[in-house]
Design a binder for this molecule. Structure first.
Ligand SMILES: C[S@@+](CC[C@H](N)C(=O)[O-])C[C@H]1O[C@@H](n2cnc3c(N)ncnc32)[C@H](O)[C@@H]1O
Length: 264
């Protein structure tokens, strides 16, 4: 996979730093299952820093040097005791290798869906499995591929500057999305219109893809990788999963070899 988020990095916090709906879920799993926490796709530290502020040690990996550079700049502004709990590393989620084992791994904000093939999905889950302690927990959220999205082939969304985190920056966004139902891919082209930049830099393009998964498909991927699904919620406050909620929050447990054999 190319490093997808490098071209997005400059605009990421403008688009998402005000997202807070998932924080109670990830803070709750960190309080319940303990630290050190491993975070996959830590990005600019939106979730990472909240978990560290709550008193938990956290190790985050991300493959985008530019996203991590923004995180590192923000990390310097944190209180020294919070800063000391954070360890960020540039690595690919399919192949990373860290020197410690964790009781909990989180993958916030559907970063798992950047695995575009079954081989990528399984490589990521196997690598996480290897980094968890016996009985360790994997908690993550995905979007549900709802019918309204699956019925379309191609569509367009405009987001005005007023809906981004800092309207004063006068950056707006046009997103063009195409759907490949065979590969289960949504391919997104974002064009950021930066009215304050000089002419040559006024339009910045960035592309990414998600491979969506259905709930039973995710459970099978987990099972195949040595995880038992303990819960799948329909929201960040533990609401029952009902498909239309648009969100799946999974809690899965690393199985021992004996349990794996009896589940097969
Ligand atoms: C939706 S962002 C989430 C960032 C942050 N966790 C948050 O919630 O704001 C997805 C993140 O996954 C990272 N990512 C995508 N593919 C990756 C890969 N193969 N290995 C590691 N990180 C990856 C991106 O660079 C990006 O920072």
């Amino acid at each position: 996979m190319p490093i997808v988020y490098d071209p997005f990095a400059r605009f990421y916090d403008l688009e998402y730093s005000h997202k807070e709906d998932d924080l109670p879920f990830y803070l709750d799993v960190a309080d319940t299952y303990g630290a050190p926490v491993l975070e996959i796709g830590a990005g600019t530290g939106r979730v990472t820093f909240e978990i560290a502020r709550a008193g938990h040690e956290i190790w985050g990996i991300d493959d985008s040097a530019r996203m991590l550079a923004i995180a590192a700049k923000k990390q310097k502004t944190l209180a020294p005791e919070t800063n000391a709990r954070i360890h960020l590393h540039q690595a690919d989620m399919r192949t990373f290798d860290l020197p410690i084992r964790f009781p909990l791994c989180i993958i916030p904000f559907r970063a798992f869906l950047h695995n575009l093939t079954r081989a990528d999905q399984l490589a990521t889950l196997h690598t996480i499995h290897r980094h968890l302690l016996p009985g360790g927990i994997l908690a993550f959220d995905l979007f549900v591929p709802v019918h309204q999205v699956l019925s379309k082939g191609e569509w367009h969304v405009d987001i005005p500057a007023s809906e981004l985190a800092d309207p004063a920056q006068n950056v707006s966004l046009s997103a063009h999305i195409t759907h490949d139902p065979v590969k289960q891919w949504l391919a997104i082209t974002n064009i950021y219109h930066d009215k304050t930049a000089d002419k040559a830099a006024r339009e910045r393009k960035a592309r990414m893809k998600y491979r969506y998964v259905f709930q039973p498909e995710m459970e099978l991927l987990l099972l195949h990788s040595g995880f038992a699904t303990r819960a799948c919620y329909g929201g960040f406050l533990g609401e029952p999963y009902d498909f239309h909620s648009g969100i799946m929050c999974f809690i899965a447990e690393k199985m021992t070899t004996r349990k794996r054999n009896s589940t097969a």
